[in-house]
Design a protein around this ligand. Structure first.
Ligand SMILES: Cc1cc2nc3c(=O)[nH]c(=O)nc-3n(C[C@H](O)[C@H](O)[C@H](O)COP(=O)(O)OP(=O)(O)OC[C@H]3O[C@@H](n4cnc5c(N)ncnc54)[C@H](O)[C@@H]3O)c2cc1C
Length: 397
């Protein structure tokens, strides 16, 4: 029984470590886990202590539930520990290797993997009838084929999506987009605010309906918004863009204070420092590089004297501080998006074994499937959960 695995990325490496039978692994790169090296800013945020279906998205909702439940975050931590990868986590729940180096994870998964690896072997075609994987110089016969070729994001890492042309011959694909990335806004802040990083509560509204929020870093760029809070909301933003919905992100720049507290403090200051300008009043509230845009948003001028501010003006300023609104126009950076939306239509894949319902002995694991996880370790968790479910089934059958 010969099994071929296409892709030595996260899912492929997990599979190769868990599969106990004869295995040949083909990857177009010259080394395993190239994308894995880039994960978590080089630190590999491999899972999250807060794991639930809420952090996963697919056009076939719930497809991911079984694998995630049977091979969850605790299971992954125990597995990594058993390989000799010690782990740690942040208060946010994000889990990392103790070394805080993704190279540790890549190296150890590769060292402990079973099977024979052939690198720089680009799969150019697959003959699903004759069960042959075709590369430039060879044809490899298989009994079982496991495809772990990833999505389309960060194409330089090997997952350039070319393989989808081959897979399309036998499987329907869901439309592609990208998530865990940054966004162009219709109303970005001016260049004065370029690169300013704040901690804010970012709330996402799609077609007027509140969807989700995240309190973390937000970075203002001339094109629009980036930062961890935006990455946290990114899957839902990208799905909204897909549907041409009206997408707005409201930033609460003073989330530790409620509206009345901010208004009271601002009103008291305006009463005390009557001859100071609005800019001077706000200097202790937010990064001074943001004051111009914040005040412009209210229709007031920075140099207006405190004594001229009406109660209505003070409310407007408070509203701007507590709900600076951006309209999201489009994805800014497709190439460096951390995850691909879309891929193999999971309606035609068994959620327990990951076998194709169209073609016997063909399996899909990881990001090649139409499943995307949120920012925070959920995609490597998916690579593991799907690989483990598939390997467990194949080890027994
Ligand atoms: C910058 C960045 C940071 C990220 N950070 C995190 C993070 O901190 N936490 C997290 O959970 N997720 C993170 N992700 C997402 C995560 O890396 C992916 O979801 C995960 O690597 C997917 O695993 P995979 O094995 O399915 O695909 P990949 O890891 O992309 O592996 C696919 C493999 O298949 C090979 N391949 C593709 N086509 C062919 C072909 N035709 N022939 C031969 N080989 C082929 C590729 O060379 C590649 O090695 C990040 C992604 C990026 C881009």
């Amino acid at each position: 029984m010969k099994t071929i695995l296409i892709g030595a990325g996260a899912a492929g490496l997990f599979f190769a470590g868990l599969y106990k039978k004869d295995l040949l692994i083909l990857d177009k790169n010259d080394q395993a886990g190239r994308k894995l090296l880039a994960t978590g800013n080089g630190r590999c945020n491999f899972t999250n202590l807060n794991l639930s279906d809420d952090f996963y998205f697919s056009s076939n909702e719930g497809f991911y539930s079984y694998a995630l439940r049977t091979n969850d975050n605790k299971d992954l931590i125990v597995y990594l520990n058993s390989l000799g990868i010690l782990t740690t986590n942040l208060p946010s729940g994000r889990c990392y290797p103790q070394t805080l180096s993704s190279k540790t994870v890549r190296d150890i998964l590769f060292m402990r993997a079973n099977g024979k690896f052939i690198f720089e072997e680009d799969v150019l075609d697959i003959d699903f009838e004759k069960k042959l994987v075709i590369t430039k110089d060879a044809k490899y016969a298989y009994d079982r084929l496991v495809i772990a070729s990833g999505g389309k994001s960060l194409p330089g890492s090997g997952s350039d999506g070319k393989i989808f042309k081959i897979l399309k011959k036998v499987h329907s694909l869901r439309d592609f987009s990208y998530a865990i990335t940054n966004y162009k806004c219709q109303n970005p802040l001016s260049k004065r605010a370029k690169g300013v990083r704040v901690t804010a509560k970012a709330s996402l509204y799609i077609d007027g309906k509140f969807i989700n929020s995240s309190t973390d870093d937000v970075i203002f760029q001339p094109y629009g918004l980036t930062g961890t809070a935006i990455l946290d909301l990114s899957n839902q933003i990208s799905y909204g863009l897909f549907k041409n919905s009206d997408i707005r992100v409201q930033l609460d720049l003073l989330s530790a204070y409620d509206f009345k507290e901010v208004l009271d403090i601002l009103s008291a200051l305006a009463g005390k420092y009557k001859d100071m300008t609005l800019r001077e009043l706000l200097t202790g509230f937010i990064n001074e590089k943001l004051i111009f845009d914040l005040v412009k948003n209210t229709g007031l001028r920075e140099d207006i004297k405190a004594k001229s501010l009406s109660a209505k003006d003070l409310k407007k300023i408070t509203a701007s501080l507590k709900g600076l609104e951006f309209r999201i126009k489009e994805i800014n950076d497709v190439e460096n998006a951390q995850v691909t939306i879309g891929g193999i239509d999971t309606k035609f894949v068994n959620p327990k074994t990951f076998e194709s319902k169209n073609i016997k002995d063909l399996y899909f694991i990881g990001e090649v499937l139409d499943v995307d996880g949120a920012c925070g370790g959920y995609n490597i968790q998916w690579a593991y959960s799907s690989a483990k479910a598939c390997a467990d089934y194949l080890n027994k059958n």
